[in-house]
Design a protein around this ligand. Structure first.
Ligand code: SF4
Ligand code: SF4
Length: 177
């Protein structure tokens, strides 16, 4: 009999304890976000995948296709190609791709860039059906941002015409000792 009473009292106490927790949270401000209708403000230090910084003066990127980021990336997930532009000594990026499925967000690419061309995006809504869907075309993303901002869209630069290569005369061996 005593065991039954003890069990009932314990059950009642735990019920009250549970109710106390419920009531305490019932009167507290709601922390749940009704995503996607509501979104949290991201921390300024949030790291999404890398993207180009849009230069305030030119409205374009600052990538000179030096390949520093490509070489430094420990995961080898960056592919950048560039061309020498007519009338300029520097190259300019034509394509820039990132395999985000293997990126560790270490930030080395951002740090080594000599022209401060890269930053972390605030992108967090990423989903895909295969790894290929995680390959990010950074140049296409820049173009979309330019369109959204009403800026002139990035167009691939005109490569500098290649100088004709002088063929080295090779001795054929005829008449040679
Ligand atoms: S954040 Fe790190 S792993 Fe990701 S692309 Fe840059 S260097 Fe590579
Ligand atoms: S993003 Fe920076 S480091 Fe990478 S290729 Fe362009 S200029 Fe070089």
């Amino acid at each position: 009999m005593m065991a039954y009473v003890k069990e009932t009292v314990n059950g009642f106490i735990s019920l009250l304890a549970g109710l106390a927790v419920t009531i305490r949270y019932f009167v507290k401000p709601i922390v749940t976000v009704q995503y996607p209708r509501e979104k949290l403000t991201l921390s300024p230090r949030y790291r999404g995948h890398i993207e180009f910084i849009i230069d305030e003066e030119t409205g374009s990127h600052r990538c000179t296709a030096c390949e520093n980021c490509m070489r430094t990336c420990p995961s080898k997930v960056i592919t950048v190609t560039g061309v020498k532009v007519a009338g300029s000594k520097k190259k300019r990026a034509v394509t820039y791709q990132l395999d985000y499925s293997l990126c560790s967000l270490c930030g080395l690419c951002v740090e080594v860039c000599p022209t401060n061309a890269l930053k972390f995006s605030d992108e967090y809504r990423l989903a895909g059906y295969s790894r290929k869907d995680m390959v990010i075309d950074v140049m296409a993303r820049l173009q979309a941002q330019q369109r959204a901002l009403g800026l002139a869209e990035e167009v691939p630069p005109i490569p500098e015409p290649e100088e004709p290569k002088v063929k080295a005369e090779v001795a054929t061996g005829e008449g040679a000792a």
